[in-house]
Ligand binder design. Structure first.
Ligand SMILES: Nc1nc(=O)c2c([nH]1)NC[C@@H]1CN(c3ccc(C(=O)N[C@@H](CCC(=O)O)C(=O)O)cc3)C=[N+]21
Length: 279
């Protein structure tokens, strides 16, 4: 779907990914993003800097990418090493190239209900698309519960659902009786980072369940020292009640990468003064 839109636009969207340090898990994500970008015919560049790189050098690279007309999207992989002020780096990215949607300008545009001028955080944007497809009619009036209040997922997810006129509840570690809140939800988004915390009997019959969790847990059955990836939802139990549910892996993660590409195409279209496609 994105591929057709790229071809139709006649543009070559450019995505720059900046990785500071050699965290192996980060390298896996960055590799997957680069492969997808190339598959779609994007101009794709990766800057891998040593973990000892100074903040000034990261800022200088971001400024150079801001000024590069072949680059439409800039992603600085988080987390950054402790000696680098992540907020300073994110605020240096040109908001028009901020394909992660983490710059306060883009966060603000989402909050004031101007999503058509913003770039929206990829994971919640992808979750909203999945929810809309699963529900198949306007979301207005539905009860939505977002578990988790991070800047990257929980808060923007709640904003997007509010924009769709859902009745939105945001729950977090201090919330009381999460199970009761969950049982009322027509739309349940779990983004807390606790393996299989959402049980099957928390799920309302017919609810749409979106699992943002990416928890790596020990899997001795696969051999000594091996791990497996599980979400925040007990999938098998929850799938007996849900009308639609995303698995982990193979759900929100790949959708996040797809939305990163969609945001890069959107940024390229805006830079060229043409109407971005609607996903
Ligand atoms: N500035 C920034 N933007 C990000 O978007 C960002 C980031 N920093 N830091 C790290 C997290 C993590 N993240 C993932 C995206 C896709 C999968 C994904 O596709 N996962 C596969 C499974 C991969 C596996 O098996 O390990 C799946 O869910 O099917 C995972 C993780 C983006 N992140």
């Amino acid at each position: 779907m994105i591929k057709q839109a790229v071809v139709a636009s006649g543009l070559k969207p450019g995505l720059a990914v900046v990785l500071v340090g050699e965290d192996p898990a980060s390298q896996v994500y960055v590799g997957a993003k680069g492969r997808k970008a190339e598959e779609l015919g994007f101009h794709s560049v990766q800057h891998t800097l040593s973990a000892a790189t100074s903040e000034a050098d990261v800022l200088a690279l971001v400024r150079a990418l801001n000024a590069d007309p072949a680059i439409h999207g800039i992603l600085v992989q988080l987390p950054l090493p402790g000696h680098i002020n992540a907020a300073a780096v994110l605020e240096t990215i040109d908001p028009a190239k901020d394909v992660d949607g983490f710059h306060p300008i883009n966060v603000g545009r989402l909050a004031i209900g101007e999503p058509e001028r913003a770039l929206i955080s990829c994971t919640p944007a992808g979750c909203l698309l999945l929810i809309k497809r699963a529900v198949g009619r306007p979301l207005a009036g539905l009860d939505a519960l977002v578990i988790g209040r991070s800047n990257i997922v929980g808060k923007p997810m709640a904003q997007l659902l509010l924009q769709e006129s859902c009745t939105v509840t945001i729950a977090h570690s201090k919330s009381r009786d999460l199970a009761a809140l969950a049982r009322r939800a027509d739309i349940l988004v779990a983004a807390v980072g606790r393996p299989e915390m959402v049980r099957g009997d928390w799920v309302k019959e017919g609810a749409v369940v979106i699992d943002v969790g990416m928890n790596r847990i020990p899997a001795p059955e696969r051999g000594a020292g091996k791990t497996r990836l599980v979400g925040d939802v007990a999938y098998t139990e929850a799938s007996l009640r849900a009308s639609a549910i995303t698995p982990v892996p193979g759900g929100v993660g790949p959708m996040t990468i797809a939305m990163l590409m969609a945001n890069t195409l959107t940024a390229a279209c805006r830079a060229a003064g043409i109407q971005p496609p609607h996903f």
